[in-house]
Write a protein that binds this ligand. Structure first.
Ligand code: 5GP
Length: 192
């Protein structure tokens, strides 16, 4: 996909690290385009189909994979998530900067196809902070919180071991973290 004019920024990091908040604000500040993923998980309160995710059945998801329509896909917490390739390719062809908010398994798949993209790993300041943020959401049971913490540890280890993520942003202070990601996105957009 190297022929495209636009830039791709892949943002990964464990659940509870503040990715969604940061990505939303970074989109507002940079005008970059968000890649809307397909998922088989049900919508949460306030989520809008087509804006936050394309909420699809497992059958529909598997058909998209079989038809070669996914740039990458992965199973996360027993649900399927994937990036439809078409919209990403179109935006890049138009010279836009595209942001993907995907997990590390997905980030590594994208890297195989697009090694020149920018890879940002969002990390919590420490595990205790991540644990309290996950609990603070209030919507998850203790078992789910424990599973997400274990998954976070695995995900961070895998990301660091891969060497794919060329930027690491610690979400200690929300505004500072946002500014760092904005700077990365702007730098990507101006590099030729
Ligand atoms: P959530 O269900 O909390 O919205 O997302 C759970 C995890 O799935 C997050 O780490 C998020 O980055 C990841 N995710 C969302 N969309 C995709 C996707 O299209 N592909 C992959 N591989 N991961 C995704």
């Amino acid at each position: 996909m190297g022929r495209f004019k636009g830039k791709l920024v892949v943002i990964s990091g464990p659940s509870g690290v503040g990715k969604t908040t940061i990505v939303r604000e970074v989109l507002r500040r940079t005008g970059a385009e968000y890649s809307v993923s397909a998922t088989t998980r049900p919508p949460r309160a306030g989520e809008v189909d087509g804006r936050d995710y394309r909420f699809v059945s497992e059958d529909a998801f598997r058909r998209m994979v079989a038809a070669g329509e996914m740039l990458e896909w992965a199973e996360v917490f027993s649900r399927l998530y994937g990036t439809p390739a078409g919209p990403v390719q179109e935006a890049l062809a138009e010279g836009k900067t595209v942001i993907l908010d995907i997990d590390v398994q997905g980030g590594l798949q994208v890297h195989r196809k697009m090694p020149g993209a920018s890879y940002v790993l969002m990390t919590p300041p420490d595990e205790a902070t991540l644990a309290s943020r996950l609990k603070g959401r209030g919507s998850e049971s203790p078992e789910v919180v424990a599973a997400r913490l274990a998954q976070a540890r695995k995900e961070l280890d895998a990301a660091r071991a891969s060497g794919v993520y060329n930027h690491e942003v610690v979400n200690d202070n929300l505004e500072a973290a946002m500014r760092q990601v904005v700077a990365i996105v702007k730098q990507e957009s101006t590099e030729q």
